[in-house]
Design a protein around this ligand. Sequence first.
Ligand SMILES: [Zn+2]
Length: 198
Amino acid sequence: MTDSTAMHCVPGLPGQIDAFEFARRGRSQAGVFSVHRLQRLLDGLADQPSVELVALDEAPKDPGLVRYVLIGQLNASGRPQLVLRVQAKLLLECQRCLGPMVLSVDRQTAFDLVRREADLGEESFDEDSLDEPEKIVGSRQFEVLDLIEDELILEVPYVPRHEQCTDMVETGSDDSEDDSGEERPSPFAVLEQLKTKR
Ligand SMILES: [Zn+2]
């Protein structure tokens, strides 16, 4: 497969493609755009920063941008296929400490194109089918943006959490066996000191 990291990346939203022709002719396109264009994704996220479309080759190294590479090709059995790589950094809110966390997404998926819903077949969960490409219905007005958004939505965890909450604020009302209480002056002790100084 083409090395997708080396592809020229242009700013702007992906438009519609003729999915079958795109695959048959082995076309490819790459681009970068603001995450603010993905309304369905944003509905489930914290506020994302607005960033300028700069340093395209490295984008997105900061939250706010989505980079994609779409490659059309024929699969091993000669059927049209789209390979989509999506890279983004999404800002999430950790559900344990409520602090911000950055989710790095770098997802590549191969989709076999079919003509009709009926050709999608039954979703199969056999182990053999795990490595098989997903199937999607292609069209002559195929919305690449929707596919990119779907891929990003799949990456967002249902309950985002830091692996380790470093800035976690101790609430004090927990029942942990924390014996550091002796070292910290209690607020009442501090009050006592203030009183005696008067
Ligand atoms: Zn956290």
